[in-house]
Design a protein around this ligand. Structure first.
Ligand SMILES: [Zn+2]
Length: 300
């Protein structure tokens, strides 16, 4: 089976993206896995500090590993938005395939020094772990926001990206390119869409050649997502859309039978709602294939 690094390289060459979906229970994990398997595409499962606190660090590793082994399937686990070396260390030791170290709320130089220290520590634990660093401000919570969150910093620049990568040794970069965590109330039903700065993504990719992750992609315009993937986003994160689907699924089940108390009779409605979103998103992320970049790198 391919390693996560090989899966990312393959996606980069084909100009498609690997879907990353956050989970905080078995309904979400099963939903992500079954839709990925239906489409036969690799998939990344993410757990933030809060999500892994709830599921258990070693428990989520065991669950993902059991799916990977039982089905010989490329499903990988990422420690999303990890804010301290201690939590990153814990995840790497527990067997996570990837860690997002997020010190992006700190001044640039401090972000660089903390990220570099973490990259060194994690590679010492597991040389093949994929470490992602983040620059710029893309907001914090994958929740429903009443208004556009205050964004004090500007979008990421190619120069800043180049400096950050050279100084830290990260494998993957998460830049701020118009993306934002969470959804606005007006986005929940699809009326308003997030828009991305495609030119900036293209410039950063050309300047660095590094794998890049698009965080906070829930509620983004589909055409923008496709273009972002074609110019260099290799991992795309979806969380809030799944949370909305999970909740609506539960509400539908409760409304349908207010007396039902058997969890395995209530939960399938949430499972189906989650599966639908994952299926649609994975279809989109895998629909952008173009051999151009592969040919370019072969010529270079
Ligand atoms: Zn994120």
């Amino acid at each position: 089976m391919k390693t996560l690094r090989e899966v990312l390289k393959d996606a980069e060459d084909r100009r498609i993206a690997v879907g990353h979906f956050n989970v905080s229970d078995l309904v979400l994990l099963r939903g992500v896995f079954s839709s990925a398997r239906e489409l036969n595409v690799p998939v990344l499962v993410g757990v933030s500090e809060g999500e892994r606190e709830f599921m258990g660090v070693r428990q989520i590793v065991a669950l993902v590993k059991s799916l990977r082994e039982e089905h010989d399937y490329p499903i990988f686990l990422n420690a999303d938005h990890t804010h301290s070396l201690a939590k990153a260390d814990e995840a790497a030791r527990a067997g996570f395939d990837a860690v997002v170290f997020d010190a992006s709320s700190l001044p640039f130089d401090e972000n660089v020094s903390q990220t570099r220290r973490t990259v060194i520590a994690l590679k010492a634990i597991n040389p093949s772990v994929i470490v992602e660093g983040e620059i710029g401000d893309i907001g914090s919570g994958s929740e429903i926001h009443e208004k556009v969150p205050e964004r004090s910093k500007t979008l990421s620049t190619p120069e800043e990206a180049r400096q950050f990568i050279a100084a830290t040794g990260v494998d993957v970069l998460a830049p701020a390119v118009g993306n934002m965590h969470g959804l606005l109330e007006s986005m929940v039903h699809g009326g308003v869409k997030k828009r991305l700065d495609i030119g900036r993504i293209d410039e950063i990719k050309k300047a660095t050649g590094i794998f890049m992750t698009l965080h906070g992609a829930s509620g983004t315009d589909d055409e923008d997502l496709k273009k972002a993937i074609q110019v260099g986003m290799t991992i795309v994160h979806i969380n809030t859309e799944l949370r909305v689907a999970w909740r609506h699924g539960m509400e539908t089940a409760f409304a349908k039978d207010p007396q039902e108390i058997v969890p395995y009779k209530i939960l399938p409605a949430a499972l189906e709602a989650v599966k639908k979103i994952v299926r649609e998103r994975l279809q989109l992320f895998n629909s952008t294939e173009s051999p151009e970049r592969g040919q370019q790198s072969a010529r270079a």
